[in-house]
Design a protein around this ligand. Sequence first.
Ligand SMILES: [Zn+2]
Length: 238
Amino acid sequence: MSLRDAQRGLGALLELDIQIDRRRQQIAALDPGTTLAARYKVSKPQADTLRAEANTLAAVQKDAELTLAGIDAKVKAANDKLYSGKVTSPRELEDLQAGIDALGRQKATLEDELLVHMEAAATADTAAKAAELDVAKITRAYRTLKDTNTKREAELLAEIKSMEPMRKPLVAMITDKAILKQYELIRERKGGAGASFMTWDRTCTACGMMVNGTTVNAVTDGLVLATCEHCSRILLPG
Ligand SMILES: [Zn+2]
């Protein structure tokens, strides 16, 4: 078997390995969702803080409403007593009326305060809801991304699995096992292509570098096995 035959056999194997490697690279390049995870890490505690603030302000509003309801009850009780006919002493009636007036002033102040509390609680609730919506969007996007990636990875793995048995007959065709061993060794070391085609303009397709004249001759003559002086891969005529 001539070196030329070995080059041809290796070329066929390389074509297949390029297809397999391309799929492996596609798997490695799948977006792991780091950006979304980082956004979640910032947005979630922010949303939690805003929700806690909104809850506090809602509680303040509730307290103000209860206080106001208490005043209303006191006013009602005083009025009931005033008009019950049971209190007849003018002094006592005067005191009752003065008490009702005082409660009325207190109520007016509390109503003003309640309006402020209600506005603050509503604003805080709107802010918390917006932040929670943002977190929900990020979570959804992350899940969609993961689902899509899982599906794509499974597809690519299935393709690789169907391609790998095709290597066997191609490997069998290369009778020069030393060349084959060298190819597999480079493949293992480089984590990818073990050989490379040299283009018509003397470029190594794997590393993109220009091959020097002596190597070019070695590749085209097919008398010795040439390797790229830049990336050390076996160079094959393109
Ligand atoms: Zn190279």
